[in-house]
Design a binder for this molecule. Structure first.
Ligand SMILES: Cc1cc2nc3c(=O)[nH]c(=O)nc-3n(C[C@H](O)[C@H](O)[C@H](O)COP(=O)(O)OP(=O)(O)OC[C@H]3O[C@@H](n4cnc5c(N)ncnc54)[C@H](O)[C@@H]3O)c2cc1C
Length: 367
């Protein structure tokens, strides 16, 4: 999704663009994702990403409309809000902390009593004590959106070469001349690495994008008699309703290398937490289970922007928020390439931050 969206933006800016993927694009994390659009930080470490997430969420309606118009395909965009259910005994204190945190970050969040939450979402468990409604959030059908972006990019003039991935940077002194591919070479003025959790396997890229795969297992359920409008969260699980009636339940977070197999334990955990949150799901049919690999970075923040090699940019490391961050990533890369400036500060996400960390520890080592 990230590579396709960048290709679309650049092609629309009248640049000649080619996407090289080692397989058919759209089969990895962007396919496996749940598609939640939420800039709310999951932990204090993610607060640095909130401005980027907010900017991207604000672009979403226009981005989706443009992609749908150019591709002629729908994307299952559901800007219907998300609802976080609280189960604890001390919900009053928990609720006011959560609301204050959100407001402090400029994020809309409303406290709800349990009855009001269940009126909005009757599928919620009777055990829920209170809830937080984030009305500006939502979801998108990431599989549909990825396919539509790739179609829109091609219709806008980008060329897509499947089955011809990057092996290595093609370096000419301090310039990136392009890429060494599985078959041949490609010369380019600008080279953008957007290979998700596989980015670091391309020779020459690891110092800028030391990403690793973070596996997530997911189950898709169908319950004909269960009504669910919004994304529902609890501490343990999220449930994402799709336009076709499926409910996507996820996800585990595991560091298991590039292994994409589902496990009995992983799926059991998801199903049990899903039923705790919405007990009616006990009767749901399991339509599909899968796992995908999030591109995680050492500080869990995205890796965006220019490197110290002329012509080489990174657009990866989006970890758990790549679907949310797609429109802003594509826009910032396009701005940098066409105008050499960006409209949202991205210094915090520089690909050079890992090198200075490595140099720092090398300097410290002798002492
Ligand atoms: C289970 C799960 C749930 C998630 N839920 C959410 C969510 O709710 N909301 C959200 O915002 N994000 C979510 N994410 C994260 C999000 O899916 C990712 O951050 C995002 O899809 C990353 O997109 P990408 O294009 O960078 O990577 P990918 O979609 O993984 O694409 C990488 C591409 O690079 C190609 N490639 C690999 N190696 C090479 C090579 N050597 N040369 C050329 N091409 C190569 C691959 O074939 C692939 O097409 C979730 C992820 C998972 C796995």
């Amino acid at each position: 999704m990230i590579g396709g969206a960048i290709a679309l933006e650049l092609a629309r800016a009248n640049l000649r663009v080619a996407v090289f993927d080692r397989q058919q694009p759209g089969q990895e994390a962007s396919w496996a994702s749940a598609g939640i659009l939420s800039p709310a930080p999951e932990n204090p470490g993610m607060v640095a990403m909130v401005p980027l997430g907010k900017a991207s969420l604000a672009l979403y309606p226009e981005f989706v409309a443009q992609v749908e118009e150019i591709s002629g395909m729908s994307t299952g965009f559901r800007p219907k809000g998300t609802l976080e259910a609280l189960f604890s005994q001390d919900t009053k204190a928990e609720l006011s902390t959560i609301i204050a945190l959100h407001h402090g970050l400029g994020l809309k969040a409303e406290p709800l009593r349990a009855e009001d939450a269940r009126e909005l979402e009757p599928a919620l468990s009777e055990e829920v004590e209170a809830a937080v409604l984030r009305p500006e959030e939502g979801s998108v059908d990431n599989r549909a959106l990825t396919a539509a972006i790739l179609e829109a990019a091609q219709r806008s003039g980008a060329e897509i070469f499947s089955g011809n991935g990057a092996r290595a940077l093609w370096r000419e002194g301090n310039r990136c001349g392009g890429l060494v591919l599985q078959n041949g070479k490609v010369e380019a003025k600008w080279t953008i690495i957007a290979a998700g959790c596989f980015s670091a396997t391309i020779e020459g890229i690891a110092p800028y994008a030391p990403v690793r795969p973070a596996k997530g297992q997911v189950a898709a359920l169908r319950a004909d008699d269960l009504k669910m409008e919004r994304v529902l969260w609890s501490e343990k699980i999220y449930l994402v309703p799709r336009n076709d009636g499926r409910i996507v339940a996820g996800a585990t977070l595991e560091y298991a290398g590039f292994d994409k197999r589902t496990t009995a334990g992983g799926i059991a955990k998801i199903l049990s937490a899903a039923i705790d949150l919405a007990p009616g799901l006990a009767n749901a049919r399991i339509e599909e289970t899968w796992a995908g690999l999030r591109p995680d970075s050492p500080d869990h923040l995205p890796i965006l922007g220019p490197t110290d090699i002329d012509g080489l940019l990174m657009a990866t490391g989006h970890f758990r928020s790549g679907i949310l961050l797609t429109p802003i990533t594509a826009r910032l890369i396009r701005e940098w390439i066409t105008e050499q400036r960006v409209s949202v500060d991205w210094d915090r996400f520089s690909p050079l931050r890992f090198q200075s960390a490595a140099e720092g520890s090398a300097h410290r080592a002798p002492a």
